[in-house]
Design a protein around this ligand. Structure first.
Ligand code: ADP
Length: 255
């Protein structure tokens, strides 16, 4: 049983996250699952679990965010991911800067002012390169566990250039490079570089205000943080639970 005063649910294209906050706005409880095709059923099931978890019977606010927020029929409010990620990250880190959110099928760069307000943003949801899917596809094809992709890429300083800008072509290019004897570590480093270059181009359109902050599931990949620092020269700061920041920000809006 947990003291939960508001819930936030982030229905992403890849995962669904639900967060409960206490009266002081601390992240008190959470669940994360892969997104299921029947979103409404999954949301209902997660809300039942949350209902059993909360210590009081009082009805509490539920704020929905993410790509599938329109499908959360029980929501008392729906808010964009841009606002929610900014809110969650600002509440934890307590400073402005440029926030990079890399999810499974989209990525965003959000400029946050010193008061926590969103000044500007750029979003890529048209192309899988520059998103988690880019790394996931290759991980699957190369039989490297997703959690190992970053560490393997960081295990070398050698780097193979991946010239394909499309994720489908990049996948074939990687397979061909392996067949021609290139080292897996150097290929994976090149793959991460390619994703980072796309993110840096987005950062340029919004403008970099140091420090950089990272949210979204891909923030858990250590090569992303390291290479983003290398490419921009700016320090990169992570909240404790980067993948939960959208749902956390949503829950804070409900308080
Ligand atoms: P969305 O909100 O768009 O559904 P998330 O923010 O939940 O997406 O991020 C999902 C992405 O995070 C996936 O593409 C996955 O590859 C990546 N991811 C999740 N966990 C890890 C991890 N431990 N290491 C590297 N990447 C990860």
């Amino acid at each position: 049983m947990t003291d939960i005063r508001a819930l936030g649910i982030d229905v992403g294209s890849t995962t669904v996250k639900i967060v409960g906050v206490d009266a002081a706005g601390n992240l008190a409880w959470h669940l994360l699952e892969p997104a299921e095709p029947r979103v409404e059923d999954q949301v209902t099931r997660l809300l039942d679990i949350a209902d059993r978890e909360k210590s009081s019977d009082a009805k509490i606010p539920l704020v929905a965010t993410g790509y599938g927020r329109g499908l959360v029929l029980q929501a008392t409010r729906r808010v964009t991911e841009i606002t929610c990620h900014a809110r969650g990250v600002y509440r934890e880190l307590r400073h402005g800067g440029t926030l990079v959110d890399i999810g499974g099928q989209d990525s965003k760069v959000i400029a946050i002012d010193p008061q926590g307000d969103v000044l500007d943003f750029a979003m890529n949801d048209k192309c899988a390169a520059g998103t988690g899917r880019f790394i996931e596809n290759t991980a699957r094809r190369m039989h490297v566990p997703l959690e190992q992709m970053g560490p393997v890429a960081l295990a070398t300083t050698a780097e193979v250039l991946i010239s394909s800008t499309c994720t489908v072509f990049a996948e074939s290019e990687v397979i061909s490079l392996v067949a021609h004897g290139a080292a897996v570590e150097a290929i994976l480093r090149g793959l991460h570089r390619s994703l980072i270059k796309r993110i840096v181009a987005m950062i340029r359109t919004v403008g970099l205000v140091s420090p950089l902050m990272l949210s979204g599931g891909v923030a858990q990949n250590p090569a992303i943080r390291k290479m983003l620092e290398e490419e921009t020269g700016a320090p990169v700061i992570l909240p404790q639970h980067p993948q939960l920041m959208g749902a956390y920000g949503a829950a804070l809006m409900g308080l």
